[in-house]
Design a protein around this ligand. Structure first.
Ligand code: GDP
Length: 444
């Protein structure tokens, strides 16, 4: 993730401010240096870094913290606000009928993004359609069609036609019933005049409400000049940054945003249609700084609820904290978590659990992989009601019966019971926390 190390390094430097009653110029220098290092490592444009550094220094030294605010909280707040300013607003995308065109270099992730965005709009109750106009890349049609099926959205493409403008025209006609039409285009280099001329013609035909530039997060400073070329050809309203799940940096994309005077619309973080999130500046920066982002987490939980068909009432963490934690509860949790995405990403969004804590856990502590989950599911199918309610009664004899019934090895059954034990213990720890502790954790 962009600026991955910023949260932890900054927390360390900010901790030096604990107990101090005023902030010295030296303190601010240290903090700014830390931020600069992270930003430059993430390929953020030097001029942007300089501007941000100056703003932080000026504000931290010249503005007076409101009464009752500690220097640490005050500086953290300034850093947070300035970083939000740096990444900018989220691209305006009203949930209404519209046509969106995607442009970008080869392999930047356009086809994948088209399907992800279509899926995202479908979760908002709209009917999306993908129009595939990439006639250059063999396989683009099949890939796009398959992803549209996975996203369960309408699709138009024509593998026998080699004029993308005609496909676009036919596609618009064929998808009239859709609310949101996403037009995918072939990858092109801003320097290739012929291809640039072609995208201009597609744009003329489509008359999109928005042109989004898809950028691979690993792209460095060349993102800036590419963005300028696309900007000149079709005008860029927003940027989608893809592959943030890799060792990507993402700073180049920020330079592209700055260059085109546009904003970030979506972030892509994986290869499946669900690995997308709407860019939300304050949540994004909160997460980077390890402050958690409850809003996004709530969104994910809601989405997961819809998918598991669970009513929100059924998933009441407070009730779970009070009562005993059965295997049935654990199963419900696993289903929900499974639908929310990778556990470490979810944990990162919880205030107080983000950043540092995940780093302290052994690698396999959160390793509830899909395969294990499926096995656990099958194993639980072979348990009696009594065993699900009270797993303590499961001894050797019952284990053997469950293994025979589920066809899973004893080791897996034991893993399941161990996982349940660990989760119960974790919940007990939460129960042991006073309200004050909880509050402090949420505010962190
Ligand atoms: P296009 O040429 O711009 O249409 O790019 P594609 O959509 O075909 O993507 C190129 C490659 O990047 C494919 O292998 C995708 O699976 C992969 N990809 C796209 N987006 C992401 C992402 O957010 N994360 C990861 N890890 N891979 C991605």
């Amino acid at each position: 993730m962009v600026l991955d190390n910023l949260g932890s390094s900054l927390r360390g430097t900010l901790d030096n401010l604990r107990g101090k009653s005023r902030i010295s110029e030296e303190d601010i220098e240290d903090i700014v240096k830390e931020i600069q290092r992270s930003l430059l490592q993430a390929d953020v444009d030097v001029a942007l870094v300089q501007e941000l550094s100056n703003n932080i220094k000026t504000r931290a030294l010249e503005e007076d913290p409101p009464a009752g605010t500690t220097p640490r909280d005050w500086v953290l707040r300034i850093v947070y606000e300035e970083l939000v300013e740096l990444v900018g607003e989220s691209t305006d995308l009203p949930l209404e009928e519209q046509t969106i065109m995607l442009a970008g270099l080869y392999g930047s992730g356009k086809t994948t993004t088209a399907a992800k965005m279509a899926w995202w709009f479908s979760t908002k109750g709209l009917r999306p359609a993908i129009i595939q106009t990439d006639t250059d890349r063999p396989g683009a049609y099949d890939q796009s069609k398959e992803m549209a099926e996975r996203a369960e959205v309408d699709f138009y493409g024509d593998p026998d036609e080699d004029d993308p403008v005609k496909i676009a025209r036919d596609g618009l006609e064929a998808t009239e019933e859709a609310d949101v039409r996403i037009v995918d285009t072939a990858g092109r280099d801003g320097l290739n005049e012929e291809l640039i001329e072609q995208i201009e013609r597609i744009e003329d035909e489509v008359q999109p409400d928005r042109d989004l530039l898809v950028l691979d997060a690993a792209m460095g400073q060349s993102a800036k000049s590419q963005a300028a070329d696309f900007q000149e050809a079709i005008g860029i309203d927003g940027v989608v940054i893809t592959k943030l799940d890799g060792t990507a940096k993402g700073g180049g994309a920020l330079a592209a945003v700055d260059e085109t005077d546009s904003t970030i619309a979506f972030l892509g973080s994986g290869e499946t249609v669900k690995d997308i999130e709407r860019f939300e500046p304050s949540g994004f920066i909160s997460r980077l700084l390890g402050m958690g982002d409850l809003k996004q987490l709530t969104e994910r939980v809601e989405r997961a609820m819809q998918e598991t068909g669970e009513d929100e009432d059924d998933w009441d963490p407070e009730q779970m904290l009070e009562g005993s934690f059965t295997l049935k509860d654990m199963r419900k949790q696993m289903e929900t978590m499974n639908n929310m995405g990778p556990l470490d990403q979810v944990m990162d969004m919880i205030p107080g659990l983000g950043g540092g804590l995940m780093d302290q856990l052994p690698d396999d502590a959160m390793d509830v992989t899909q395969e294990r989950m499926r096995d656990f599911d099958v194993i639980m199918d072979s348990m009696t009601e009594e065993e699900l309610e009270n797993p303590r009664i499961i001894g050797q004899e019952r284990t053997e019966r469950i293994c025979a019934g589920s066809g899973k090895p004893e080791e897996r059954v034991r893993e399941l019971l161990e996982q349940h034990k660990q989760m119960s213990q974790m919940l007990k720890q939460f129960q042991g926390m006073g309200d004050g502790d909880m509050e402090r954790m949420m505010k962190q």
